[in-house]
Design a protein around this ligand. Structure first.
Ligand code: ZN
Length: 136
């Protein structure tokens, strides 16, 4: 069995960042927004390539969330300077800390799959053939 060709890195990353299957471009991979399907309905690619595969996605989600919290802290302190009050900052930062990981979680997973594919191309039998969807 021959391996399906792995798309170019730019295509992989675009598809991952837009919550599409990195291999074939299929969209609609989540259930109730946060749950990524186990396999792509079109190409059959199994997203969790090995146990613990999505640890990288958790790391990316953490980096994005903490980055937004840091940005919020810097902007909030700059606006309030020199009379710093923690209440308004917490009123903004706590919802960010709760909501951003939930919203970003599925994107982090599809993006992590794409990043993984840039480093470790498809192997024979990982995805079935078929026409790829457009350019996205
Ligand atoms: Zn697919």
């Amino acid at each position: 069995m021959t391996a399906r060709p792995t798309p170019p890195n730019g295509v992989l990353l675009w598809r991952g960042a837009t919550r599409a299957c990195a291999v074939c471009g299929r969209r609609g991979l989540t259930r109730r927004w946060v749950t990524l399907r186990d396999d792509c309905p079109r190409c059959g690619f199994h997203f969790e390539r090995k146990p613990g595969h999505f640890t990288g996605a958790v790391g990316m989600s953490t980096i994005v969330t903490f980055g937004l919290l840091l940005l919020t802290l810097i902007v909030g302190m700059s606006i309030q300077w020199p009379d710093l009050r923690s209440g308004p900052l917490l009123a903004v930062m706590i919802p960010i800390a709760v909501v951003v990981p939930l919203i970003f979680h599925p994107t982090a997973k599809t993006l992590w799959v794409a990043i993984d594919l840039t480093m470790k191309p498809l192997e024979p039998g990982e995805a079935v053939g078929g026409p790829e969807e457009g350019s996205a």
